[in-house]
Design a protein around this ligand. Structure first.
Ligand code: ATR
Length: 273
């Protein structure tokens, strides 16, 4: 099977390694390339890939929203996410799906975070957040609060889902409710990439919620360091990366790979860098 990941930049993508490890579990031959495509070249690169026999692909930053516009058919979750991270070639053309949200949900389940009837606080209101709202709600989350530096952006996003789910609310980072404890706080801002953490009150950690950061790296992000100092359990987004890959792999092959050994190997590799 001929697969690839498209992005800009793309050289540091771990996806080829993850999918090779999955394929090895089933003795499957897999060709999985990294393809660099600037947004304006993406459509052409994708067409070339198809002509060369490409049957499926992952899409990463900053191409996920453009990928949606290039699809002939969309899954419900890709539609709700407004973004596509998985492409499948069918007789009708490209079908777009999105496994980011289910990747997060599966990782939280692996970490023992119970989502049924839980109270989830998400920091951030960008594309990364939009992609995970529906899967979190489908996992039984009862309150999902979106807090963002720019409150209007959080409010706009919440309004898209609030009609179907009454438990979706929004505010600025400074107006987050602190009386009732949160079950889990998910940092989906880009702050960690700049070595910063979102400016939120320590009071949101009341009751010691599980703290998760979608960003991963050799060192814990500033947000996770801060949460750990307040004795909260923490995890970064490496597990989400592996779980979203597993869900994509399953769509292409129907095989369900084991994720834990792949995650452990990646973690070791990251720590040795
Ligand atoms: P993505 O698709 O990864 O979500 P994005 O759409 O650029 O990327 O969104 C980045 C998110 O990180 C936004 O929620 C942004 O807040 P604003 O909407 O107010 O810009 C948030 N963000 C980035 N840097 C931040 C920082 N230093 N502190 C808090 N939030 C930050």
């Amino acid at each position: 099977m001929k697969l690839a990941v498209f992005g800009y930049p793309i050289e540091h993508s771990l996806s080829p390694q993850i999918h090779s490890a999955f394929a090895a579990q089933f003795g499957r031959e897999l060709e999985y390339a990294r393809i660099l495509a600037a947004p304006e070249q993406f459509s052409e690169r994708l067409q070339e890939f198809h002509q060369a026999g490409g049957g499926g692909a992952n899409v990463t930053v900053p191409l996920k929203e453009i990928a949606l516009t290039l699809c002939d058919d969309l899954s419900e979750r890709a539609h709700a996410a407004g973004a596509v991270n998985t492409l499948i070639r069918t007789k009708q053309g490209w079908r777009g799906d999105n496994t980011d949200g289910i990747g997060l949900v599966r990782d939280l389940q692996r970490l023992g975070v119970g989502l049924k009837d839980s109270r989830v606080l998400i920091l951030g209101a960008g594309g990364a957040v939009r992609g995970v709202i529906m899967p979190l709600l489908n996992a039984g989350v009862s309150t999902l609060h979106i807090a963002n530096r720019t409150a209007a952006r959080a409010e706009r996003l919440a309004a898209e889902f609030a009609e179907k789910f009454a438990g979706v609310t929004a505010s600025s980072l400074t107006a987050i409710e602190t009386e009732r404890p949160w079950t889990v706080i998910i940092n989906a801002t880009a702050a960690g990439l700049q070595g910063e953490r979102p400016h939120v009150s320590e009071k949101i950690l009341h009751g010691q919620p599980f703290c998760y950061d979608m960003v991963y790296g050799q060192q814990p992000t500033a947000f996770l360091q801060w949460a750990a100092e307040q004795n909260c359990a923490t995890a970064d987004g490496l597990g989400m990366l592996v779980e979203q890959a597993a869900a994509s792999y399953r769509i292409w092959t129907t095989e369900q790979p084991q994720t834990l050994p792949v995650l452990q190997a990646l973690r070791q590799q990251l720590e040795q860098k």
